[in-house]
Design a protein. Structure first.
Length: 163
């Protein structure tokens, strides 16, 4: 049975495609690509059909990650097929929990940086869209740090299903 994770930010062109690409690489490295499906979406549909922001693509590819992406909007009906919905900031967390059709679906929503013990109480990944390139690089650092803890959680859940 496939375990499904979806990363969500505002427009699905910066933070969530970055998290999707990084986490997909972690899943592949762990040999879980046949067991875990990773994708991303935005809380809004402003950029549906667009590629990732060129700065996101540049930072990803410069660090050995896949940059190909097509933006889409998250829909409440997706909760039924998803095991984990990862919000990139507290605004996304709130919007997704309000969108959730059931309390059980709302419980599937978590903040990405909650998987990074070094993050402390600042669990938002800042939106780099209106900033400079260094904001995208900082975003990647935060995503990479949190991806390790998220991978451990997903591995435990996948192994728990197999037992």
């Amino acid at each position: 049975m496939t375990y499904r994770v979806c990363f969500v930010c505002t427009g699905n062109i910066c933070r969530s495609p970055m998290a999707e690409s990084v986490f997909r690489a972690r899943i592949t490295e762990a040999g879980l690509d046949d067991l875990v499906e990773v994708d991303s979406a935005g809380t809004g549909g402003w950029h549906e059909g667009d590629g990732a922001d060129p700065r996101t693509v540049a930072v990803l590819e410069a660090n050995g990650y896949e940059g190909a992406h097509t933006a889409r909007q998250f829909h409440a009906s997706w909760f039924a097929r998803l095991d984990l919905v990862i919000a990139l900031d507290s605004g996304h967390l709130k919007a997704l929990r309000q969108l959730a059709p059931t309390p059980q679906d709302a419980e599937k929503v978590r903040l990405l940086r909650s998987y990074d013990p070094a993050a402390g109480s600042d669990l938002d990944v800042p939106d780099p869209y209106y900033g400079r390139m260094d904001g995208f690089e900082e975003c990647l650092e935060m995503v990479e740090a949190a991806s390790l803890g998220l991978l451990a959680t997903v591995q435990d859940r996948v192994e728990g299903r197999a037992a």
